[in-house]
Design a protein around this ligand. Structure first.
Ligand code: ATP
Length: 686
């Protein structure tokens, strides 16, 4: 099979399904083979009926006891059976599946797998999957089943089928990893490793396979970085900029004083932008350390010198937030510059008008989402681009490949608390400035780790804070199965909370399935305190700044990575009020407690990231979501730190021996890298 064969070459994938796969970013068979599961459902062996636990998904095996009943209304028929094993009897129900009475009534022993809940009459297994114990190799009872990221209309089973077909085609495309590295690191062979990623035989074999692909991902990353760095050797600064007294006046009239760290970083930026070489700088600062004002000063400097500056935000909500703050400041302080907002939800006419103002140079600060800013805009004289760490490659591409204008200064903003040793590898192409201090007016956030029995108290506390005029966030966990369920979960939760808190407190909600415009409206209302309690999935994670919010309650805190929890917590404690973070967890495991205790005792992102690294063993391979730092597909810079260092060392050795990868044994690697670089640089995400 050709490496780049479209997935429609697989049996059973017609035009319609092909489009659905495209939505997931899967166009070719090779893409499909590397569309790794999001997680795995781990099937344990059947447990005795007497040992099933409330809230758990269990597998039980036994005989059908007595008659199978069908009751309920025509639209909601409930089928009930009792399953008996040597230890006891378990009630099992299915909804809207009356035909089971016939099929199961005739069968012998059955294996069922489903969630056990507590009902009035005791523990009940709800709507379980049914397995035939007679099947010799019961694939479904295989111990780790892949769970893929889905899109509406495409089921997990459909993806499993397609992947299986691709794997069994007997002509898997070749891999790019040089044999010398495969041997040196003792990685499993490519084809076997691919199989393990999708259908692991055991946790151990899976871990080995994953090691290979994490290494590959890091190796590609590190080598691309080298390339970018080399091709972007210190470029001359063609913009003539001077320091601007208006900026000093502005700083003096701000309601707060910049921290020493903000001042230091601003001076570094100012010096570089007015100096001899083009700036490529990363500003790293913990959540709430005040990066935005530093970015704004950069935009002021380019604007007041007669150039344009663009600020690219990862989401529309953030773009609008920045736009409103910046245009508010320009107006309030009488600064003679105009800001422009560019987002996908603007009408075609609004966008056209904005483009005209940008092209004519009448707007000098352009704020928007990445794709919009990158794709369609003709700048008059762009001198500064500010972006986030995920998109730092795309920026260079626009100016370099398209050859439009001169290479602008680049400022990359990051709140990821990467330990220094890793930072040097990951940001090798950038100079780093660190804002290592929080504004003076901050009181440390008070944390608590509690179990779900504490909920009523937490709600009472939320009520109390809103009565004091403050606002609160409640983070619902994501539902594993699909984004649709996430949405449902968030709306249900907010309804429930609205009922508990009563009509004097307005509860709003936010989730990934909402239209950008709706999200904007909710965030604007929350920003104005028209909504007091915001129930949300993790979409609030990056950059949202509502200093009046003082409580964040995180449900199922055990499901998140520490770095992500720290980001979430950073949504509060951004102003002068005492703030609180409530980590709610139903888990009683010792590891969970230990991990959450770290957050309980520290508000320092760098310390937390280091501890996260220390506590995560190689066994922690799934189940905890990291925040997708730097957008790796499966690698996790925290968890896989050791492999990142190894990949870095391997890259160094490789380049020493064969600097332009021209040797035959590196040909595939070079091809892969060239393709990857093109993707990285041409990438426009929205
Ligand atoms: N020196 C300062 N003194 C007091 N308040 C400040 C100072 N600098 C910034 N702030 C305020 O602190 C809040 C957080 O700042 P900002 O939004 O820039 O944080 P950030 O570093 O971007 O954090 P995150 O990574 O969470 O987005 C803002 O409301 C901002 O107005």
């Amino acid at each position: 099979m050709n490496k780049n064969a479209g997935i429609s070459t697989l049996k059973g994938i017609g035009e319609k399904t092909e489009k659905l796969f495209l939505k997931l970013g899967v166009a070719t068979v090779d893409d499909l083979l590397h569309y790794y599961p999001r997680t795995y459902e781990i099937f344990g062996p059947p447990v005795p009926v007497s040992e099933v636990q409330e809230g758990h998904i269990c597998t039980v095996s036994g005989a059908v006891f007595g008659r199978i009943q069908v009751s309920g209304t025509k639209n909601m028929q409930v089928t009930t059976l009792y399953l008996k094993d040597l230890t006891g009897t378990l009630k099992v129900i299915w909804f809207r599946m009356p035909f089971l009475r016939n099929t199961l009534g005739r069968s012998g022993p059955v294996i069922l797998r489903g969630r056990v809940v507590r009902k009035r009459d005791g523990l009940v297994m709800e709507h379980p999957q049914i397995y035939d114990p007679a099947a010799r190799y019961n694939e479904k009872l295989h111990s780790m089943q892949p769970v893929y990221g889905l899109t509406a209309g495409l089921t997990n089973n459909a993806i499993i089928k397609a992947v299986r077909q691709a794997l069994e085609s007997n002509s898997i495309p070749e891999d790019f990893l040089p044999e010398e590295l495969e041997t040196a690191y003792n990685f499993p062979p490519y084809e076997a490793a691919l199989y393990e990623m999708h259908f692991p035989h055991s946790k151990e074999t899976f871990i080995e396979a994953r090691r290979r692909f994490v290494f590959e991902e890091f190796l590609t990353f590190v080598l691309s970085l080298r390339y970018v760095k080399e091709s972007g050797e210190r470029m001359k600064n063609h913009f003539t900029m001077k320091q601007q007294p208006a900026i000093d006046t502005f700083l003096q009239s701000l309601p707060y004083e910049l921290t020493a760290a903000q001042m230091r970083v601003w001076n570094e930026i100012q010096k570089e932008m007015t100096g001899d070489y083009v700036m490529s700088r990363l500003v790293q600062g913990d959540v709430g350390s005040g990066k935005t004002i530093v970015a704004f000063l950069g935009l002021l400097l380019s604007g007041l010198n007669g150039y344009q500056g663009a600020l690219m935000a990862p989401t529309e909500v953030l773009a609008r937030q920045h736009y409103e703050k910046i245009s508010g400041m320009l107006e309030h302080y009488g600064l003679p510059l105009k800001a422009e907002l560019l987002t996908g939800s603007m009408t075609a006419k609004q966008k056209r008008e904005a483009y005209v103002r940008i092209e004519s140079g009448s707007s000098s600060i352009i704020i928007g989402t990445h794709a919009l800013i990158q794709e369609k805009v003709n700048y008059r004289n762009l001198a500064l681009v500010i972006t986030d760490e995920q998109h730092r490659f795309g920026v260079r591409q626009r100016e370099q490949l398209a050859g439009k204008g001169l290479t602008p200064h680049i400022l990359v903003m990051s709140a990821t608390p990467i330990p220094r040793t890793l930072g040097i590898i990951l940001y090798g192409d950038l100079d780093i400035s660190v804002i290592n201090e929080l504004p003076m007016n901050r009181l440390p956030i008070k944390n608590c780790v509690v179990d779900t029995g504490y909920r009523p108290k937490a709600y009472a506390f939320i009520r109390q804070q809103t009565e004091l005029g403050r606002q609160c966030y409640v983070i619902c966990p994501m539902v594993e199965e699909s984004e649709n369920l996430d949405a449902e979960n968030v709306t249900d939760y907010s309804q429930m909370l609205q009922e508990i808190l009563g009509p004097s407190i307005r509860v709003g909600y936010l989730h990934g399935k909402m239209k950008e415009k709706e999200k904007d409206e909710i965030m604007t209302a929350f920003g104005r305190n028209e909504i007091q309690v915001l129930v949300s999935t993790t979409v609030v994670e990056v950059g949202i700044d509502v200093p009046n919010a003082t409580v964040i309650m995180i449900e199922n805190a055990e499901r998140f990575g520490l770095a992500q929890l720290h980001q979430l917590r950073g949504r509060v404690g951004r102003g002068k009020y005492q703030s609180y973070c409530i980590f709610m967890t139903a888990s009683r495991s010792k590891e969970t407690k230990e991990r959450l205790e770290i957050l309980n005792h520290s508000n320092d992102g760098f310390y937390i990231a280091n501890e996260d690294l220390r506590l995560r063993g190689p066994g922690d391979l799934f189940g905890i979501r990291q925040s997708g730092v730097l957008d790796f597909k499966i690698a996790d810079v925290f968890q896989d730190a050791a492999l990142l260092q190894e990949a870095n060392a391997a890259a160094e050795r490789l380049l020493l021996e064969d600097p332009d990868l021209s040797q035959e044994q590196h040909r595939k690697l070079k091809d892969h890298l060239q393709k990857k670089l093109k993707d990285l640089m041409l990438e426009t995400t929205l």
